[in-house]
Write a protein that binds this ligand. Structure first.
Ligand code: CMP
Length: 143
């Protein structure tokens, strides 16, 4: 089954949006397969955002991600990468639709609350980076 990596960024954690965000993914029907509250260091954040290292906002982005704890998660379900990105909304909150997480809770591209993998390939890489231990393999639904 398809999996994606979702991270609630420091601003999302500090603003108390963790429950709301998890609830949106759960209500959609996705399964939470891994979760941890973690503060990462500079070299880890640079690895996560390695593809963006040439961007002018890279240093600010890394500083922001290491500024406090984040909630790292693995979510699983049919088309979870693409649908997860729809739930999250466009990268720039000025363009994300109301009803999406960024559309409802963010106004600044530099403080956009949440990250979601942009492809199945990226999801595999990001899950391997953030969850090097075996992901917890349980289902949140009642059987
Ligand atoms: P994310 O989905 O985590 O993927 C890359 C991140 O880079 C993005 O969310 C934003 O937080 C950040 N980002 C992208 N474009 C800009 C920009 N123009 N200025 C500042 N941050 C940006």
């Amino acid at each position: 089954m398809e999996q994606t990596f979702i991270m609630i960024k420091p601003d999302g954690v500090q603003r108390g949006l963790v429950g709301e965000i998890i609830s949106r993914f759960e209500k959609k029907g996705f399964y939470l397969k891994g979760l941890k509250l973690i503060t990462v260091d500079q070299s880890f954040a640079e690895k996560h955002y390695a593809d963006l290292s040439a961007k002018p906002f890279f240093n600010g982005l890394v500083e922001y991600i290491i500024s406090g704890p984040v909630v790292a998660m693995i979510w699983e379900g049919k088309n979870v990468v693409t649908t997860g990105r729809k739930i999250i909304g466009a990268t720039n909150p000025a363009e994300s639709a109301p009803g999406t997480i960024r559309g409802d809770f963010a106004i600044d591209i530099g403080r956009n609350v949440i990250h979601g993998s942009d492809s199945v390939e990226s999801a595999k890489k990001e899950i391997a980076l953030w969850f090097p231990e075996s992901p917890v393999n349980w289902q949140s639904s009642v059987h």
